[in-house]
Design a protein around this ligand. Structure first.
Ligand code: CIR
Length: 253
């Protein structure tokens, strides 16, 4: 079960966020309303939500998931592969210190963004992506092992981050799309297949028995409901325009 979440309010500069989406610029005012509803959804799942001020210098800084990995034993500050995002780490550390005594740090030349890390119990799958390199994965695994946890590497080629196409819903259930459907390491899970036409919804998030699903993906919603979960839809279409999904918008621990 998770108790806490940290989020950061979107900055007006989000219109300049990194994007391959080709969906136009986000509407800042709509994004703020969507973000407020996202916070509400986290609270409905029983989380205490720490809301950090927006950070204009960093257009992608509302995607706090990428700059820290919060485990039950320690927090690990990352070293984002996107240079424009590296400075976000210094801005999250004070908030992380409020909750953790054990704080570790990934250092260059290793790079890693925690959107590439999926937790399954005390094991962490780490995607090698354009943002996360082999050294990043190795440093992360060494830190996890120091705290009696484990990690393994997953290759990916079709999506930005591992969790762009994959999400663990606890109870041995995964939502997965595209290249992740056939990977050998995931065949031991019950895979809830996300249709390619709804690929964005593969970034759905389990929180304390409820699954947050992005609004507008009816097939995914139905499949997750029929697997027995309570679903809470959240409209994050303005964040999708800069390649952000539901999981990216919070740290949950
Ligand atoms: C980026 O490209 O870094 C942001 N525009 C989106 C980050 C999304 N984060 C995530 O998938 N964990």
């Amino acid at each position: 079960m998770f108790k806490n979440a940290i989020v950061r309010l979107p900055s007006q500069s989000m219109i300049n966020g990194l994007s391959d989406a080709d969906l136009g610029s986000p509407d800042f005012d709509k994004a703020c309303l969507q973000h407020a509803d996202y916070i509400e959804a986290l609270k409905e799942c029983g989380l205490n939500v720490t809301v950090l001020e927006s950070c204009e210098d960093f257009p992608d800084s509302c995607f706090v998931e990428d700059v820290a990995l919060m485990t039950p034993s320690c927090a690990i500050l990352t070293n984002p592969g996107a240079l424009s995002r590296r400075g976000e780490v210094a801005h999250i550390s004070a908030a992380v210190e409020q909750f953790y005594d054990n704080i570790e740090q990934i250092t260059s030349p290793a790079t890693i963004e925690a959107g590439d890390i999926m937790m399954v119990g005390d094991h962490y799958y780490i995607g090698l992506s354009a943002r996360t390199n082999q050294q990043g994965a190795e440093q992360m695994i060494a830190i996890l092992e120091k705290y009696n946890m484990t990690g393994s590497v997953v290759t990916l080629s079709e999506v930005l981050h591992l969790k762009t196409g994959l999400g663990y819903l606890e109870d041995n259930n995964l939502v997965a799309c595209g290249e992740f459907l056939t990977k050998a390491e995931f065949q031991k899970y019950n895979i809830i297949e996300i249709d390619q036409s709804e690929s964005y919804s593969a970034n759905s998030v389990w929180i304390n028995g409820t699954v947050l699903v992005p609004l507008g993906y009816p097939k995914a919603c139905a499949a997750i409901k029929s697997a027995g979960y309570k679903v809470r839809e959240v409209d994050v279409c303005e964040f999708r325009k800069i390649d952000g999904g539901l999981s990216c918008l919070s740290l949950r621990f």
